[in-house]
Design a protein around this ligand. Structure first.
Ligand code: PMP
Length: 405
């Protein structure tokens, strides 16, 4: 009966946000939220998104009808081109299918459902340790066995590549390996291109299935192709793989839930036939989950992705966001080094994307909250977007203080 339902724990990140909002201290700093903030700590509507919005508002043919089950076609095909690269062999050989989802979360979920339904005995899904907390929940909810591979080295605050390779080599053949395409959340640590190549060799030997989660293309380095390099490489190597693609961060369309799930079959004479069957099954799953995806965010992204000059403007907007974050990394590192804060701080600028894994302990994190009104997750992750020219010195001084205690 309903009385037997236990209380669920609060989502830690959303609890942190509530605590921040309730804090009345004027210099409080929010480094929890995984959303871009401008230099005034305010959400930023991309200028190109404002333009696309104006174009849509002026379009008398638009209405509020349902999108097709698989979503807005000009959006999904542009999304595929974006992540795979326009000259991808997978696209020219027509062995991809793309289905619009409820942002990246919905794409991961659709992929999880698909694996559960069509891979008998369900392979284990391996995540990096640590990973985006929702990976665990999404795959657990569809009752797929989960495991982890080492990823972050506490000593170097970089990649534990040996540990990662060992776990991937020891996983049963045909396992699903979840990989962050770029700007790993929460660590900000990515494999180098040489390391990606080694991972591809290893995963080929093991017949593993790469499941790419791509939530930060263009947001990480400011260069769309560079941030998709690993995906391009794995596709070139002939892998059968899938990709969960989010447009939340790179378009600032968080609440509009624009995303896409792509499946790519390997090269071969029956690959087109296989992909047609996969597409048909994804549509069936989508129908029972959400019927059809939301229109507005997809229309905005589609307007930009399919127009050459708006696309260029979007790239400039991406460079504004990634550039500001890179500047904040530099400012934080140099301030800490200038003060002689104990420890090494090169990882702050070595890591990339929205987040940095500072290496601060849970005790230090809690003290920063109590004493300095700085809000960050207990694992020591900070959202670089929460820093700006007005608070980076304040934050660095607060870190210096807790590290010395
Ligand atoms: N994967 C990763 C690694 C992420 O960091 C995020 C965003 N926090 C997502 C997926 C999906 O986010 P959304 O559903 O908002 O697109």
């Amino acid at each position: 009966s309903a009385e037997a339902v236990p209380q669920a724990p609060e989502d830690p990140l959303f609890g942190l946000m509530a605590a921040y909002r309730a804090d009345t201290f004027d210099k409080k700093v929010d480094l929890g939220i995984g959303a871009y903030r401008d230099n005034n700590a305010k959400p930023w509507v991309l200028p190109v998104v404002k333009k696309a919005d104006a174009i849509l508002r002026d379009d008398p043919t638009l209405n509020h009808e349902y999108l097709p089950i698989t979503g807005l076609q000009p959006f999904t095909s542009a999304a595929a081109k974006l992540i795979l690269g326009a000259s991808s062999p997978a696209l020219s050989e027509k062995r991809t299918c793309s289905i619009q989802t409820i942002s990246g979360t919905g794409a991961v979920h659709l992929g999880a459902l698909f694996i559960k339904k069509f891979y008998p005995g369900s392979p284990t899904v391996y995540f990096s340790n640590p990973t985006w907390a929702n990976h665990n929940q999404i795959f657990s909810n569809v009752q797929i066995p989960i495991s982890t591979y080492p990823y972050f080295s506490k000593e170097t605050k970089g990649l534990d590549f040996a540990g990662m390779k060992k776990a991937i080599a020891e996983a049963p053949n045909h396992s699903v390996i979840l990989l962050h395409a770029c700007a790993h959340n929460p660590t900000g640590v990515d494999p180098t291109q040489a390391q990606w190549k080694q991972l591809a060799v290893l995963m080929k030997q093991k017949s593993h299935f790469p499941f790419f989660d791509c939530a930060y293309q263009g947001f990480a380095s400011g260069d769309l192709a560079k941030d998709a390099w690993a995906v391009h490489y794995f596709v070139e190597q002939g892998f059968e793989l899938c990709i969960a693609q989010s447009f939340a961060k790179n378009f600032g369309l968080y609440g509009e839930r624009a995303g896409c799930f792509h499946f790519v079959t390997g090269p071969g004479s029956d690959s087109q036939e296989t992909i047609r069957r996969i597409a048909s099954q994804l549509a069936v799953l989508q129908r029972s989950e959400i019927s059809n995806p939301p229109a507005y965010g997809a229309r905005i992204a589609s307007t930009v992705l399919n127009d050459e000059s708006l696309f260029k403007e979007w790239e400039a907007n991406l460079r504004t966001m990634s550039g500001r974050i890179i500047d904040m990394r530099k400012a934080l590192r140099s301030k800490l080094e200038e003060m002689g804060t104990p420890g090494t701080w090169n990882h702050i600028t070595d890591q990339i994307g929205m987040f940095s894994f500072t290496g601060l302990s849970e005790k230090q994190v809690l003290e920063l909250r109590e004493v300095a009104h700085v809000y960050m997750t207990k694992n020591g992750r900070i959202s670089m977007a929460g820093l700006n020219t007005g608070n980076v010195d304040y934050f660095a001084k607060a870190v210096d203080k807790v590290v010395r205690e």
